[in-house]
Ligand binder design. Structure first.
Ligand code: C2E
Ligand code: CA
Ligand code: CA
Length: 395
């Protein structure tokens, strides 16, 4: 395996790709060997990804786009049995094989020392998980430092407001406003994402319940991290929040990434409960995942969000639009709602309309807006008269 890791690392360095090692072992060192895991691991990775023994444990070597990809594979392995998994990732040219394997072993140790958390751990330098930002993030939710922006999602071709996607920001006391890329991955690693996600849903559904009085069909999209779906209580929490805020489940869309749901029994069970309650599920960043199309028809999915990378490739030629067209066609065949992300120009909006895309989101229509900026997108009019028409006269 050491040689397979070394070969993968030099290929990664050549092709500018990151390399991950997953080290899989029993819950305790020296515990019962993981017999069927050989086969299971082979099925969890791509055909050419090496799988083999490293001492007592099993290892797999992957080329990945982001740590999410490696975690998606770990999650797939973990649902199959009582394993613990250590993950170590090397950026192109970052580590040698011995270093990477040693880091994976440290991560496995960490995964084994967690009493009830996720059964895998990613190797992190201590400075990241114990640094000042991590400490502040643990308190940010309680201190009321999080904010939400809302980006309009419009119907094509007329551009009418169909919904909004809630996007979180952290109003950091010293560093100013932080974008989610700067703290959501950290929140996932240090176990704060559950609190953060609950706050986002509560805040967004409270607002959207008010906006719905002016636009009853308004949809609210909320992002859900794969880590949140690992929590068995997730679906129940979502339903309780909707009950409290008076937001209608049929107007909520939860955005999950492919990696979070494909082949994961635990998160599928959560999604099935939510789906049965009328909540719709969107596959976010569709087309970029480390996953297989094979599962799509079997998932409780209602919406495909075409990744903005494919929208950026639209240039009026059939080659430029090839992936967008394929994804939109797939959506049509499976009767899914389709939303294009990152639409930045009129030309892109026109081409997406021609390809049959239902909805769009992007700077061409609107940037993420504050709640009060969004009000201006709602139909004006006499709210009280409107309310009496919709809800009947007050008694
Ligand atoms: P995403 O779900 O793909 O969200 C869309 C991102 O694209 C947003 O970035 C938005 O500002 C950006 N965007 C919108 N229109 C355009 C455009 O025309 N061009 C370009 N280049 N970008 C555009 P943002 O707000 O920085 O969010 C980044 C990511 O953070 C989101 O990606 C989502 O994965 C995550 N995120 C945001 N809010 C939450 C949250 O409440 N919970 C979780 N778990 N993740 C969140
Ligand atoms: Ca999203
Ligand atoms: Ca997206």
């Amino acid at each position: 395996m050491r040689e397979a890791v070394a070969a993968a690392l030099s290929r990664g360095a050549r092709e500018g790709r990151s390399t991950a090692v997953l080290l899989v072992g029993p819950e305790r060192p020296g515990g019962a060997a993981l017999d069927d895991f050989d086969e299971l691991m082979r099925r969890s990775v791509l055909r050419d990804d090496p799988v083999g023994r490293v001492g007592e444990e099993l290892a797999a070597v992957l080329h990945i786009r982001s740590v999410d990809n490696a975690e998606a594979v770990a999650r797939r392995i973990a649902v199959a049995g009582p394993a613990r998994i250590g993950i170590a990732v090397a950026a192109p040219g970052e580590y040698g094989a011995d270093d990477l394997l040693r880091r994976a072993a440290l991560a496995l140790q960490e995964a084994r020392s967690r009493p009830d958390g996720a059964p895998w751990a990613c190797y992190e330098p201590a400075s990241v998980v114990a640094g000042p930002l991590a400490g502040q993030l643990r308190e940010a939710v309680g201190k009321g430092e999080l904010r939400l922006l809302y980006q309009p999602i419009v119907a094509l071709p007329d551009g009418d407001l169909a919904g909004v996607e809630a996007l979180v920001r952290w109003a950091h006391p010293e560093r100013g406003t932080l974008e989610p890329d700067a703290f959501v991955p950290l929140a996932e690693r240090i176990g704060v994402i559950g609190d953060l996600g609950r706050w986002v849903l509560e805040e967004a559904s409270t607002r959207a319940a008010l906006w719905q009085r002016r636009l009853p069909a308004l949809q609210l999209n909320v992002n859900v991290s794969p880590r949140q779906l690992d929590d068995d209580g997730f679906a129940a929490q979502v339903l309780a929040i909707l009950e409290r805020t008076g937001f209608f489940p049929g107007n909520l869309v939860l955005e999950v990434t492919e990696g979070a749901v494909i082949g994961e029994r635990a998160s599928l069970a959560q999604l099935a409960v939510l789906s049965n309650a009328g909540i719709r599920i969107a596959l976010d960043d569709f087309g970029t995942g480390y996953s297989s199309l094979r599962y799509l028809a079997r998932l409780p999915v209602d919406v495909l969000k075409l990744d903005r990378g494919f929208v950026a490739e639209l240039d009026g030629t059939s080659r430029g639009g090839a992936v967008a067209q394929a994804v939109l066609r797939l959506g049509q065949i499976l009767h899914l709602d389709t939303v294009a992300e990152g639409v930045e120009s009129e030309a892109q909006a026109r081409e997406l309309t021609l390809l049959g895309c239902h909805k769009a989101q992007g700077f061409h229509f609107a940037r993420p807006l504050t709640a009060s900026e969004l009000q201006r997108w709602l139909p004006a009019g006499d709210l009280s008269r409107y309310e009496s028409e919709v809800w009947g006269p007050e008694v």
